[in-house]
Write a protein of this length. Structure first.
Length: 292
């Protein structure tokens, strides 16, 4: 009977776990739809800004001299590595895939003799990187990590990053985040934020009317490029949130299905054990009556 009691307890435990994972799956599904809506609302502005940047890339290189954000790297520049992960776990391989790419990149920087600092956006990144690179963490990231709105967080991050850049704390900046492709697929991305590369317009976009600048490039470009950095950070944060909820929903869906299968397996084992116990007791009763 003790084994039957243990099986009943285990079945109840698995059923309670199934309820929790089902609830988490539903919550993640709701957050996934909200994240998708938020991204689509902001995407038209972000894409328009990118097209404007490509149009501005027609400016002569001689006119961009002295604009620091556009200058190519020289020598062994100090790098700032921004890592966007989640604050919570239970989201499958969402964090581990990003951290895998980050670790490879940091090891390459070390092999090349380059120095770097790490700016973390998400608690899981800190947990997974602190063993080897805690000394490289920037301590002020919690000033904006408490902000939940991705667009406001992007503004805080941009202000903090530009303050570091103006005080020559770094010369190059690389961003790691997760790109949402589908609920089942979120791909880690690596993007160079600084220096900003001006890519000329493609032929397919040649119908766009060139923009005319009322002020000189030296006056217009610095604030414009800072705004462009905000759009890249906002895009990355929105994509990261969307990817996180998709990964968590799939992880909880898999956990729910596993819990159901385990419950069915344990219930079958319980029924067999109970039937065996009843059969054994009947045999003992019959054997006792025959002995009398």
């Amino acid at each position: 009977m003790a084994s039957l009691k243990a099986l009943r307890t285990r079945i109840r435990t698995v059923q309670e776990t199934e309820k929790i994972t089902t609830a988490m799956m539903l919550v993640s599904g709701s957050k996934l739809r909200k994240a998708e809506i938020n991204f689509k609302k902001a995407s038209s502005f972000i894409k328009g800004f990118e097209m404007l940047l490509k149009d501005i890339s027609t400016i002569e290189k001689s006119e961009t001299l002295g604009i620091k954000l556009l200058q190519p790297l020289r020598g062994k520049a100090h790098h700032l590595v921004i890592v966007m992960t989640s604050d919570r776990g239970l989201c499958g391989t969402f964090n581990t895939l990003i951290i895998r790419d980050v670790k490879n990149y940091l090891k390459n920087l070390e092999e090349e003799g380059k120095t770097f600092s790490i700016l973390l956006c998400g608690r899981k990144g800190r947990d997974l990187l602190k063993k080897n690179w805690e000394k490289c963490f920037l301590k002020e990231e919690m000033n904006f990590n408490t902000e939940k709105d991705p667009l406001k967080k992007a503004s805080l991050m941009k202000a903090y990053i530009m303050n570091l850049y103006r005080t020559n704390m770094f010369e190059a900046c690389t961003l790691f985040y997760s790109q949402f492709y589908s609920v089942m697929s979120q791909i880690p991305q690596k993007e160079t934020l600084i220096p900003i590369l001006l890519n000329p317009l493609k032929e397919s976009s040649s119908f766009c009317t060139p923009h005319e600048l009322d002020s000189s490039p030296q006056e217009f470009l610095p604030p414009f490029l800072e705004m462009y950095l905000w759009t890249r950070l906002a895009h990355s944060l929105l994509q990261s949130e969307w990817s996180e909820q998709g990964a968590r929903m799939m992880a909880m869906d898999g956990a729910t299905r596993n819990a159901k299968e385990m419950t069915a397996s344990l219930q079958l084992l319980y029924n067999r054990s109970r039937q065996a116990t009843i059969t054994k007791e009947l045999i003992e009763i019959i054997s006792g009556s025959e002995a009398l």
